[in-house]
Design a protein around this ligand. Structure first.
Ligand SMILES: Cc1cn([C@H]2C[C@H](O)[C@@H](COP(=O)(O)OP(=O)(O)OP(=O)(O)O)O2)c(=O)[nH]c1=O
Length: 205
């Protein structure tokens, strides 16, 4: 079953919040404000690095808030996460503007790409902190998209806060021919993997 230890989701993403709610966890949300600039080229390394930075940023804030209070020695868990799309090894994050989103969707049209989500769990057990970081990769194949379809989808505004300029869970899902791997991972958090990794971490204390 899901743990009763307080969880803090280090994220601004409404999708991650919805996913974690669906799993039945009780948690609070505290977005990170860490620097996300990086020269890392490999998608799996990049998402694990950024997930780790987000979790650590929030972990430190929680420790500062709790210092000197009776909550100081109570266990808690922080979860940070990061998602990117990779097409033939090229990383496609959130679009910087309209043209970037158009070009991204045009390049994904009729192709198979990978969606990587990194997850970092930091667990303070009342004495010490342990960290576990992993990633999950889902293969996604798109139908060919026409210019009109891309322009129409961009007009909805949906692509602009999403890695790869689409949401599989929204209208972007209409262009998805098939996936191999976890659907939740594409939306931003590989739930069943997270559940098992977290349980393993809590059992191994
Ligand atoms: C590919 C894809 C991405 N996404 C979203 C998930 C993430 O919210 C976003 C990738 O950006 P991220 O930088 O991973 O996350 P974020 O900035 O939204 O939130 P935070 O850093 O505070 O946790 O793209 C979808 O919602 N659906 C999809 O199909």
């Amino acid at each position: 079953m899901v743990t009763q230890i307080p969880i803090i989701l280090a994220s601004n993403s409404p999708r991650r919040k919805e996913l974690l709610e669906r799993a039945g966890y009780t948690f609070t949300v505290m977005p990170s404000d860490c620097d996300e600039a990086t020269d890392i080229r490999f998608p799996k390394d990049m998402v694990m690095e950024l997930a780790g930075r987000k979790a650590e940023n929030v972990y430190k804030k929680v420790c500062t808030d709790r210092a000197g209070t009776e909550a100081e020695t109570q266990p808690f868990i922080v979860i940070g996460s990061d998602t990117v799309v990779a097409l033939n090894g090229r990383i496609l994050g959130k679009p910087v503007d309209y043209d970037d989103a158009y070009n991204t969707l045009n390049s994904l049209s009729g192709q198979t790409h990978n969606v990587y989500t990194g997850v970092s769990i930091m667990y303070y057990d009342g004495e010490k902190c342990r960290t576990k970081t992993f990633y999950e990769n889902t293969e996604v194949t798109f139908y060919p998209m026409t210019h009109e379809e891309i322009v129409g989808y961009l007009a909805t505004g949906d692509p602009f806060d999403k890695a790869g300029s689409y949401g599989i869970q929204t209208q972007g899902g209409l262009f998805v021919k098939g996936i191999k791997g976890s659907y939740d991972n594409v939306v931003g958090l590989p739930l069943s993997r997270l559940y098992h990794e977290l349980n393993e971490m809590l059992c191994g204390q």
